[in-house]
Design a binder for this molecule. Sequence first.
Ligand code: PLP
Length: 457
Amino acid sequence: MSSGSPLASSSRSTRRSRELIERAANVVPGCSQTNSKRPSQFVQGVSPTHIERAQGSRLWDPDGNEYVDCNAALGPVLLGHNYPAVTEAVSRQLEDGTMYTMEHPLHVEVAELFTEVVPCAEMVKFAKSGNDVTALAAKVARAHTGRNVIATQGYHGWPDVWMGANEDLNRGIPDVVGDYTESFAYNDLESVERIFEDHPDDVAAIVTTPVNLEESEDGFLEDLRDLADREGAVLVFDEVLTGFRFAIGGAQEYFGVTPDLACFAKAMANGFPISALAGTREVMETIDDDDFFYSMTYAGDAVSLAAAKATITVQREEDVHGHIFRQGETLMNGYNELAAELELGDVTRANGFPPRFAIDFSDDVRIGSSTGDDSAGQLLRSLFMQEAHRRGVLYTGAHIPTYSHTDEDVEIVLDVYHECLTVVRDALEAGKVEQRLEGDPVGATLRERTGDEESSE
Ligand SMILES: Cc1ncc(COP(=O)(O)O)c(C=O)c1O
């Protein structure tokens, strides 16, 4: 392999990664803690399987190979790894301890910060993960309205209220749970209205991710707002991916539509584990009702709160989102231009929004002697990934730029992608995509398994 990438080297090995994955297979079901970090999400035998350290926009695997990060740890890293203002705030807090018998004053300060920057936030409750607050949102909506059914679109995590309705992933959940969750399609108002018709006066909430990878149709979110108001249901935006990433006030600020409740997690503390449910006083006060229960020992840990305060403060003082949009736009447009230049415009495309887009490969491509093979996209993506990882770009599919991505990083990624696309084009022309893969191809992502465009977990 000859490459112009400054991070490429012929001596790249992933031996330690492979040793670690063998040990993990013995003690960790599925080898990883997070669905998207499973070894089957990468080209097995070629890609690294672990990351040992990170700085700014760069990552290092256990074999010492350096990469430009493209995925920001699935979204949490907004400012960049080991971002000085966050690391300093966390280090200061560590010296004062992490948790106490009573709340640290920071929980009031960060809740107040939320109310200043997030449009729907009059009150805020903290938790640890996106799952916690999406499940809490559904429970609050049911308790507030006295209704049962949740109308939903998009990925919101593993709690029963969400996965109960997914026929492929509902093992371990009583059937009856799924009966109260109804799915609608993004950009399809009629599919939401049908749920209200089928369950008169029993729909508690409309829960949606505010963006999908496809362009949102004008007015869809406004229409959901009107429908929820008309029907007396709670409108919930799952902003776990979009919160603090599309704007400091999330997608609700970006699109100018304010929900009743919104869920935040990734990006709110630059990688520290904390999440939040924010919403109107009227709905949020339900949590304090005598017959409603919500509690969590770790929800108010002072270290994550210090990280959240520092992360939000940097966003207030600097043009974090302008930078992220610029870098994302250059990457997206640059990729689509490269694909067009190499006559691969029908084969691959960058879709989505600059702060979070995906590079996808079509299934409708001739690979070797077969046409329309439904694994064609996975094979092409795998070959592209293999070549990108070898050249020091940690492509995973989804692209999530950070505030630390420099113009040089963007240039390196696009130069590497030019080389990877050339390899893909040559393999397609030679009818040798599978032969040029040196490891097992990438398995189906959760996005593909759930049919959800936006999930990244
Ligand atoms: C939109 C959305 N909601 C909820 C979740 C679950 O969040 P977590 O993995 O932090 O529990 C995710 C995770 O990817 C997500 O993308």
